[in-house]
Design a protein around this ligand. Structure first.
Ligand code: NAG
Ligand code: NAG
Ligand code: NAG
Ligand code: NAG
Ligand code: NAG
Length: 363
């Protein structure tokens, strides 16, 4: 009899504890939700922590070969409503891998240190062709790599995607210690894209199409380049044979005009190793985009990497059509690249705390 009553008390007690736990859990969740909702009127509400961790896990284990572009798109949108922080251990692991294969600090650019007079520079896309490094060619390379043995605190990699339009991300981008940009992108959208540039890539096709291969007046090209402070202008001089002369001409043009900017060259061996690196991760592309080249280098060189303007879809997350670039709506010719697959990796690195992929508005 006594034992039965005791068991009953015990049961009541346990039920009571359970009830308390449920009430406490609901209270915590509500409080969290309230906190998220109160952040600002305009920011979308933040998601509960467990939802965030679920989505992170899902993207983290997704496979490039089987992923569905729409799904990744939806999930990375969710993650824009989750707090993000660097995961030092996953970040260091990837950086160590990248350093072992590619070593951007030393080999990202052709320098006097990593290339000697008399060396042959083999073309990235034509293994049977090379350029011999003469004394005159050697002189135009920078003495050493600007990234040798140093780590930049925070880097913004500013893609040219139409998603940047009306993003108001300019002031956030300007807070980074180092700003990478692409293909001589215009700078008169500073509210959305910021004002500072430390490194900008230049596709020789621009010089071909808009500046008459620098065979005629060169002032218009100088006017274009002058908007980039004292940035490095990186050209793929040794990727395709047809690019070499034009890339050298760009160097001499800037030098003749006493420009603050300097033309430097991607090292073709670096790009080749990088392509192998990503191929081993099952990225199937004819050639990496300059976006992935720069992001990969930034992951080695910078402690914190933030991506803006990377969104390879023709509609924004709300389904509104967006232009191809923030500055025009010209689609590329038959592309050698596979932007959605590259985006898969950016999403995955975001979910693992390796880099931060910013999509949508900055508040
Ligand atoms: C970092 O990632 C690892 C591996 O996914 C995980 O085990 C660890 O908990 C993460 N660390 C932090 C601080 O989130
Ligand atoms: C570079 O290539 C030339 C042939 O074009 C060859 O004679 C020379 O030995 C090569 N130099 C080196 C350092 O491999
Ligand atoms: C930037 O400059 C281009 C070319 O001059 C012009 O077409 C465009 O409207 C400008 N954009 C803004 C936001 O000022
Ligand atoms: C950006 O804002 C302007 C002005 O509000 C609007 O006309 C334009 O459609 C917007 N563009 C995009 C891509 O959202
Ligand atoms: C596309 O390729 C054709 C032929 O090579 C060229 O004439 C045209 O200018 C290219 N268009 C763009 C946008 O690059």
């Amino acid at each position: 009899m006594i034992n039965r009553r005791r068991a009953l008390y015990l049961l009541y007690f346990l039920l009571f504890v359970l009830l308390c736990a449920v009430i406490y859990d609901t209270y915590k969740k509500n409080q969290a939700r309230l906190r998220y909702r109160l952040r600002t009127d305009t920011e979308p509400p933040w998601l509960p922590d467990d939802t965030c961790r679920d989505v992170e896990r899902k993207i983290g284990i997704a496979n490039i070969k089987t992923f569905n572009s729409d799904e990744i798109k939806a999930q990375i949108q969710y993650l824009q409503r989750c707090p993000w922080s660097v995961n030092v251990s996953t970040q260091t692991a990837l950086r160590t891998e990248l350093q072992a294969c590619c070593n951007a600090g030393r080999y990202f650019l052709v320098t006097q240190e990593n290339t000697r007079i008399g060396d042959n520079i083999t073309y990235e896309t034509r293994k049977d062709k090379h350029v011999e490094v003469t004394k005159k060619l050697h002189e135009i390379f920078p003495k050493t790599s600007p990234f040798l043995n140093k780590r930049i605190r925070s880097c913004a990699v500013v893609g040219s995607g139409g998603i940047l339009l009306n993003s108001s991300c300019g002031s956030e981008i300007d807070q980074a210690d180092y700003v990478f940009r692409f293909n001589l992108a215009p700078m008169n959208y500073s509210k959305d894209t910021g004002t500072r540039t430390n490194l900008v890539t230049a596709n020789p096709s621009i010089l071909r199409q808009r500046y008459a291969k620098l065979n005629e007046e060169r002032r218009p090209f100088m006017n274009l380049v002058e908007i980039y402070e004292s940035a490095l202008i990186v050209m793929p001089a040794f990727s395709f044979i047809r690019n070499t002369d034009l890339s050298l001409k760009a160097f001499y043009t800037l030098e003749d005009f006493g420009s603050r900017q300097k033309v430097v060259y991607f090292h073709p061996n670096y790009l080749e190793n990088l392509a192998l690196f990503w191929k081993e991760k099952d990225l199937e592309v004819r050639r990496l985009s300059s976006g992935l080249m720069i992001v990969s280098a930034a992951l080695e060189i910078c402690n914190k990497v933030m991506l803006y303007g990377f969104w390879p879809f023709s509609e924004d997350p709300n389904g509104k059509p967006i232009p191809h670039h923030f500055y025009d709506d010209e689609l590329p010719n038959i592309s050698q690249h596979n932007m959605p697959d590259e985006f898969f990796f950016y999403s995955q690195m975001h979910s693992k705390g390796i880099l931060k992929l910013k999509i949508g508005r900055c508040f």
